[in-house]
Write a protein that binds this ligand. Structure first.
Ligand code: ZN
Length: 138
């Protein structure tokens, strides 16, 4: 028999994995009426059997009378799965290759360079314009 959790789940947060992935809090809502649960109303516990996985058991007694029970498994690669009545559902993190991460960084860098170049051109054009105005007025 598993004992039901009696402590507030939020006491276990923020949740830090060894690789630095941190989860500040989780949001829960009543599966019956959709009411968002306040942190203080969610009881639960976190157990880490494997270092890259955190198993969460939580419960929330809604004011509509429904007793919500949640089972969530969080992983340090930002994926997570949750148990519904019939099965584990899973959500995988969007795959980001090294190439896209690098290109994103370079894109920012190139954008900055571009902005500087545009500013430079504008200044130069302005100077040209000024000299033209001065020449014509002279
Ligand atoms: Zn409810």
């Amino acid at each position: 028999m598993e004992s039901s959790p009696t402590k507030q789940l939020i006491a276990n947060f923020p949740l830090c994995f060894k690789n630095g992935h941190t989860i500040n809090r989780l949001a829960f809502w009543c599966v019956k009426c959709g009411m968002i649960a306040q942190d203080s109303q969610v009881l639960g516990q976190v157990s880490s059997i494997v270092s890259d996985t955190a198993d969460i058991r939580a419960s929330y007694h809604c004011s509509c009378g429904y007793d919500n029970v949640y089972r969530i498994r969080l992983k340090d690669d930002k994926s997570y799965s949750w148990l519904t009545d019939d099965a584990w559902k899973e959500r995988r993190p969007p795959k980001q290759s090294l190439l896209t991460r690098l290109s994103q960084r370079y894109y920012k860098f190139i954008w900055l360079l571009k902005m500087k170049w545009i500013c430079f051109c504008m200044k130069r054009n302005l100077r040209k314009l000024q000299s033209v105005v001065q020449n014509s007025s002279a």
